[in-house]
Design a protein around this ligand. Structure first.
Ligand code: ADP
Ligand code: MG
Length: 371
């Protein structure tokens, strides 16, 4: 298995007037680590993964696998297996032949191929499907074949590009669990691209959040959830999304959000009138008759186990979302809520996290500026 190291990696496409798709990408993926690259569509996730695979040239910087520079190493020599969203299976070949294809090219003896394919099919619980062809399989089964084809080559690391995006929600959840199990079983280094932050949260040892300006933050999932380094990460990680509002911070350390006043325990040397952004997750607001935030209930979405309450608060430009697990208030009712202590996030005018912990980065964490 392998470490993967990116150093000052950048990508421009010719004809784009030296406009960078990606620049200054720096991080180290540890041996056996599950790293998820997450970010909105078009931010360069696939490009980055394809550069690691060698399918796309890098414009600057260096990529090392197990310490060895691979900038000029062709894809087949990098020892990596990639799984694509589109499955990329051969429709006219059986499942067995699809999985065996890479080994055949590598002239592995027939008997050995047979053993290897059956072992992989067993691991993925698809031994009964080996004689079928891809058109005779469901989407989930096809993706399983694509994963089997990647595993059988015993790669140094796996690269996944949105492998579950074409599956329906229930199947996606099943396959997510299966990929987590595979990672445990194989102990392999995995780099996994997705735009789905639930997949990122549940699968990753560490998440790399990519935004329009490159890497926004790198860290363990709960670290990103608890301490997003900037407004971009705050809005991207967490479901439902964090409530974010423009506010001012006065000299006494009080936040003014429209007509709402909140004390902020973490305020240090605030400047009167500082423009900030306040973030509170919907699950960190609780009903409280003495709460500082009062509004009118606009809409209640009942999901069964919990409800999303949309509260119109005077002076706020959009409604506030609150997650409630007991009986929600009625539509049109007046309702008061308060944030859970220590769960108010404040970001400065540049969008960077402001509290005392903001500077203390855990090992390997990168904090990038939002602009
Ligand atoms: P993601 O996977 O995050 O959705 P991509 O890596 O596919 O994003 O694309 C990142 C950006 O690079 C996009 O703006 C896309 O239009 C651009 N891009 C991708 N491939 C090419 C190409 N061959 N030539 C020019 N621009 C490209
Ligand atoms: Mg992509």
């Amino acid at each position: 298995m392998a470490t993967i190291e990116l150093q000052a990696v950048a990508k421009t496409y010719p004809g784009k007037d030296a406009q960078y798709i990606l620049r200054g990408i720096d991080f180290l993926i540890e041996d056996g680590e599950f790293v998820v690259l997450v970010g909105p569509s078009g931010c360069g996730k696939s490009t980055l993964l394809r550069m690691i695979a060698g399918l796309e040239e890098i414009s600057a910087g260096e990529i090392r696998i197990d310490g060895e520079r691979v900038n000029d190493t062709p894809p087949a020599k990098r020892g990596l297996s990639m799984v694509f969203q589109s499955y990329a299976l051969y429709a006219h070949m059986s499942v067995f032949e699809n999985i065996a294809f890479g080994l055949r090219l590598a002239r592995v003896p027939k008997a050995e191929i047979k053993v290897a394919v059956h072992a992989v099919a067993k691991m993925l619980q698809m031994e009964h499907l080996l004689q079928r062809r891809p058109p005779q399989l469901s989407g989930g089964q096809r993706q399983r074949v694509a994963i089997g084809r990647a595993i059988v080559r015993k790669p140094r690391a796996f690269l996944f590009d949105e492998p579950l995006s074409n599956l329906d929600a229930a199947l996606r959840a099943d396959m997510r669990v299966e990929i987590a199990r595979l990672h445990k079983q194989l102990g392999a280094t995995m780099v996994y691209v997705t735009h789905d932050q639930v997949e990122a949260m549940t699968l990753a040892d560490r998440i790399v959040v990519l935004g329009p300006n490159g890497v926004q933050q790198i860290g363990a999932p709960m670290h990103l959830y608890d301490r997003p380094a900037n407004v971009f990460v705050a809005g991207f990680i967490g479901s439902p999304k964090m409530n974010l509002f423009p506010a001012t911070l006065d000299a006494a350390g009080q936040l003014h959000i429209g007509t709402v006043r909140l004390d902020w325990a973490d305020a240090r040397q605030p400047q009167a009138g500082s423009e900030v952004t306040v973030g509170i997750r919907p699950e960190h607001l609780v009903a409280d008759p003495q709460g500082a935030i009062e509004g009118t209930v606009l809409l209640v979405e009942r999901l069964g186990a919990e409800s999303y309450v949309h509260l119109a608060v005077p002076g706020l430009d959009k409604s506030l979302m609150v997650v409630v697990s007991d009986e929600p208030p009625a539509v049109d009712a007046r309702w008061r809520v308060a944030p859970v202590a220590g769960r108010v996030h404040v970001f400065d005018r540049n969008g960077l996290r402001m509290d005392a912990s903001a500077q203390a980065t855990s090992s390997g964490e990168v904090v990038a500026k939002v602009s």
